[in-house]
Design a protein around this ligand. Sequence first.
Ligand SMILES: [Fe+2]
Ligand SMILES: [Fe+2]
Length: 267
Amino acid sequence: MNSIIWSTSTTFFILLLWENIQVRELSYAMISCVSPLALSRLGRASVLRAAKCGMRRVSSQSEASSRSSHTTTQSRTILTEEQRRFLDSALRVNQAGELAATLIYTAQTPPVVKAHPHLRPLMKHMYDQEAGHFKTFNELLAKHRIRPTAMYPVWQAAATILGWTTGVMGREAAMACTEAVETEIGDHYNGQVREMFKWMQDLQEKGEELDPELKVLIDDIKRIRDEELEHLDYAVENDAKEAQPYQPLTDVIRYGCKGAIWISERI
Ligand SMILES: [Fe+2]
Ligand SMILES: [Fe+2]
C-alpha cells in the first residue's frame, strides 16, 4: 500500500515539475519576442523548444500570432554572448551606483541643509534625479532578469557612511564628494555609450539596424550621464575645491568608486 502511495506521489510530483518547466520556458519565449536582451539570454535551440511548447498549449488562433511574433523576433538584433555579458555587468553596476548615489544624498542632506538652508532645493533636485536613475535601472534589471550585485548590502552601508561623513565635514566636503563620484560615474557611463555606439556602427556596416529597445537604452544612459555631469558642475560651483583636505578626500572617494565598479562588474 505504501509503495503504491509512494509511486503515485512521485509520478504526480514529476508531472508537476515538468508542467512548471514547460510554462516557464513558454514565458521566456514570450518575453524574448519583445526583448532582444532576453532573447540573447537563451540559445536559439531553447527559444525554438519553448516556442514549440507554447504552440502545443494554445489555440489555433494564438498559434498563428505566436508564429508571427517569432518571425518578427528573428529580424531583431541578437546580441553575442560577449555583448550580453557586457550589458549584464554594465546594468548591474549602474543600478548599484544609483543606489549608492541616492543613499549618499539621503545621508548628506540633513547636516548640509541644517548649516546651509539655501542648499535645500539643490540637494533635493540632485536626490530626485538620482532616485529617477535608480528607478530606471531597477526596471531594466527586472525586465532583463539581471541579478543585482551580491555586494548590494555592503554598498548600502558604505554609501550611507560616506554621505553622512562628508555631510558632517561640511558643505565643501559634501560637494567634493559629489565632484569625485560624478567624475568616475561620468567616465563609466561614457565608456558604455562608446561601446554601444561601436555595436551600432558594426551593424550599420553590415546593413542592419540596432534594435529600437537598445537605442532607447543608449539614449537613457546618455541622458543620465548628462545629469551626473550637471551634478559635477553644481558641486564645483558650490566650492567643492575648497574642501579640506581636498586632494586626499577626493582621491579616496575616486579610488573607492573605481573599486566598487570593478567588484560590481564581477559579482
Ligand atoms: Fe545618478
Ligand atoms: Fe549624480
